[in-house]
Write a protein that binds this ligand. Sequence first.
Ligand code: GLC
Length: 509
Amino acid sequence: MELVAAADSDERGLSLLKVVNVLQKVVVFVHTFTVDKLRSQLTRTASEEMPHMSEDIIEAKVREICQELVLSPEVLKEVCDCLQEEINKGLAKDSHPEATVKCFPTYVRELPNGKEEGRFLALDLGGTNFRVLLIEFSSKCRMDSKIYAVPQPIMVGPGDGLFDHIAECLASFIKERNLGNELLPLGFTFSFPCKQEGLTKARLAQWTKGFKCEGVEGRDVVELLKQAIARRGDVQIKICAVLNDTTGTLMSCAWKNRNCRIGLIVGTGTNACYMEKLEKVELWDEVIDDPPQIFVSRSVVINTEWGAFGDNGCLDFVRTEYDNNIDSESVNPGKQLYEKMISGMYMGEIARQVLVRLVSEGLLFGGFASDILLEKGSFFTKYISEIESDKSGDFNNCRAILEELGFNDATDADCANVRHVCECVSRRAANLTAAGVSVLLNRIGEESVTVAVDGSVYRFHPHFHNLMVEQISQLVKPGIKFDLMLSEDGSGRGAALVAAVASRCAAMR
Ligand code: GLC
């Protein structure tokens, strides 16, 4: 009020008033970025407030706004250099405790030789579902599995509740399949960052991907599972290995492909593991022959946990306001920043935020947003894959999705702009993933390496594979050949393979 009174009195006052007005607008803008305020802003009469713009001008403005999602070759090269540095920090003893990219040694040092045999159980926890599998290796691999939901309250409830749920699903699977009389070796794929202290001991470092069960961080998850099974007392199991889904993916592909050295997941989360020479793993202070090795491999699978890349601020030069919003609204603010720019849990929401911004600037849907679009999480990541699956110039999927979101009269220009947003978000994700893979390929330095890949984003996005191949080719050292191979069901088959290799090594003792 005082400022307003002063402003009436003289010229200086008037400019001050303007400054105050501008400041107020800025504050209001920032504030209105939250959904509720935005709702009232975006439901105003567009014709009254939005200046008329031609489709060409709108398209140019949309492109300009999306430009910050486009990463130049120089920027990607810088991302590679940073990741290389972070990996070195993760592997070195002194810097490991503070390192963000933890690079945990997995104790998996032997890849399958294709001759694995026998029946195994596998548990797979890492996303919204939990799976129990029965896997049989002979010359082929046969699998029988059942998916169980992990209800949201269990994902964020007490740790015991989560492990009781897992034990209950396992017990019911064993009963349904009549496996009660056999003591089958079991591999447990637990797809969260764990500090492994052996093949069957893994302490959870921190939860990721929306999980937040109390009392598990810092604890050995194999022990917690055993305790839950003991609380029930109705099943017997023999846990032979605990592993990350990236390791499972690598193993599953290596079973058939001798060149496989990297396991990559681009799904709900993102992460990669790779075979690293022991002499580069300062953290490795075990005897070289423990667990016993058939060929005394001088390498070990390193679970990079690269999802946390950028948590020390080193990726701030590529992060945008959308990334900041997503992070601050997540259950783990400040954590997994690289993952939040890439993976399926966040990609749709990034696109939604861009779309909301475009509506607020009058560049989409005539400046009107639907209530659904303004709801957090309403633009699913699968929409991106579906929209980009439309043939160019054709908007069938796009229109159907926009109708689901409450836009019944989107124009072709709206559809083209929505598609452009999706492309920018998915290309950025593919390019960032490619940067990560290139760093690993350059580190391994072998002439020809296969990268085993799994995860819903990689699997279902129509161009992710090609985009990655194109970008890796730009970033990898000359002379290195690579291919990306879809690794079917790494988390299940891979778990059984780690258990199988472990049993084989144990039998040799
Ligand atoms: C998250 C987890 C990691 C897992 C990845 C893919 O990044 O921390 O362990 O491999 O998601 O599922």
